[in-house]
Design a protein around this ligand. Structure first.
Ligand SMILES: Nc1ncnc2c1ncn2[C@@H]1O[C@H](COP(=O)(O)OP(=O)(O)OP(=O)(O)O)[C@@H](O)[C@H]1O
Ligand SMILES: [Mg+2]
Length: 345
């Protein structure tokens, strides 16, 4: 059983199996994603967090099957997606939908909302005739909270607010009855006041329609809200450094990098204490992907780093013995059998 398998009850809908992705850039080749394994269960809410450039979007694009991994496999219901052809590949493409950060860029400005949403319904033979398409589009608008639907059918993207456009983008993803939605920074460009209602909409799709949602965000406060009943995966320089149940990860982060991220969330709730203790990193500087440090790539910044260990061996993502199942890629936490938050306290 792989690490990813052990965390998802039942069979995974989609799974990344040790995927890596390299890119040629000026100055050499970078590994934007390095050996990530991740299984997404049916109806699961999972959040991928990490700082800019850590490989979140690249991971999301590989999950959605629009970017080929350099190595490793993408599995859909246990089968290798990149070996599929024809109808089987189309089934996967419908099953996993990507929602982008900027709906303004992804919606055609010359099409009305009705045209935008009816086109995939016709293309995938999910609507028969104009009346059926109109009814289905009305229903989708209702599902995403654009009500009354008739007010929106004839509108163009520029006539909507940012939050409304993102709802249209989500409705468009829903036209093909997906099993998984990968939402890449889907709430980052909207006002804070609208963010929560969009997150609630995505969570509603999960509870009411059983759609799995993978939310990608650089904002741990968003991750924490979204994944409160699910899991969070923390990425650092292309690797998954911690993956676990959201509550455990936030209250008692196992990786020192997660502890540092959590300590940086502005906190209105004074009850949250231990995990909020300041984590004194050795340096704020993030290494370049073109010149990664050996061993654990976090070791130059890590207050727990041990010479001869952390600067030599790459830590694997391993289960940390604890009440709540989670995995951490930290030599010290694994050896001490305790989360970094406790070792740093
Ligand atoms: N098509 C590409 N060609 C070259 N380099 C790329 C390409 N796509 C991504 N990268 C590089 O890979 C690394 C990871 O990028 P990625 O977009 O996955 O990060 P991210 O975590 O989504 O960042 P952000 O929070 O800024 O969106 C970055 O260094 C980026 O410049
Ligand atoms: Mg990104």
């Amino acid at each position: 059983m792989s690490v990813a398998d052990s965390t998802v009850a039942g069979r995974a809908v989609i799974e990344l199996d040790h995927v890596s992705r390299a890119f040629k850039v000026p100055g050499g080749t970078i590994t934007a994603v390095d050996g990530v394994s991740l299984a997404i269960g049916a109806g699961e809410a999972l959040c991928i967090v990490g700082e800019s450039g850590c490989g979140k979007t690249t991971t999301g694009r590989m999950l959605a099957g629009i970017l080929h991994p350099t190595s490793g496999r993408l599995l859909y219901e246990g089968e290798d997606v990149w070996r599929k052809k024809g109808n089987e590949l189309s089934t996967f493409r419908r099953a996993v939908q990507l929602v982008h950060q900027d709906p303004y860029a992804s919606l055609n400005p010359t099409r009305t909302i009705f045209q935008t949403l009816s086109a995939p319904l016709y293309r995938h033979k999910k609507a028969k005739g104009n009346r059926d398409a109109t009814n289905r589009v009305r229903h989708l608008l209702d599902v995403v909270g654009l009500t009354p639907p008739d007010d929106f059918l004839g509108k163009y993207p520029h006539q909507l607010s940012g939050g409304q456009r993102q709802r249209v983008a989500i409705a468009r993803a829903l036209t093909v009855d997906p099993r998984v939605i990968v939402a890449d920074e889907a709430v980052s460009m909207v006002d804070v006041s609208i963010r929560i209602s969009l997150l609630n909409l995505l969570l509603g799709l999960r509870s009411e329609m059983g759609v799995s949602i993978v939310l990608i965000t650089h904002d741990l406060a968003v991750a924490r809200y979204f994944a409160r009943e699910g899991r969070i995966g923390v990425m650092y320089l292309g690797r998954m450094v911690e993956l676990g149940h959201s509550e455990a990860l936030v209250s008692d982060p196992a990786h020192p990098y997660s502890a540092a991220l959590i300590a940086a969330i502005p906190e209105a709730d004074p009850r949250i204490t231990r995990s909020k203790e300041r984590v004194a990193l050795k340096t704020a500087e993030v290494p370049s992907l073109l010149a990664l440090p050996p061993g654990c790539t976090f070791h130059p910044r890590c207050p727990l780093a041990e010479p001869g260990l952390c600067d030599v061996q790459i830590p694997e993502l391993l289960p940390l013995p604890a009440d709540t199942p989670r995995e951490v890629a930290c030599h010290v936490a694994i050896r001490e059998r305790r989360p970094a938050a406790e070792l740093l306290a």
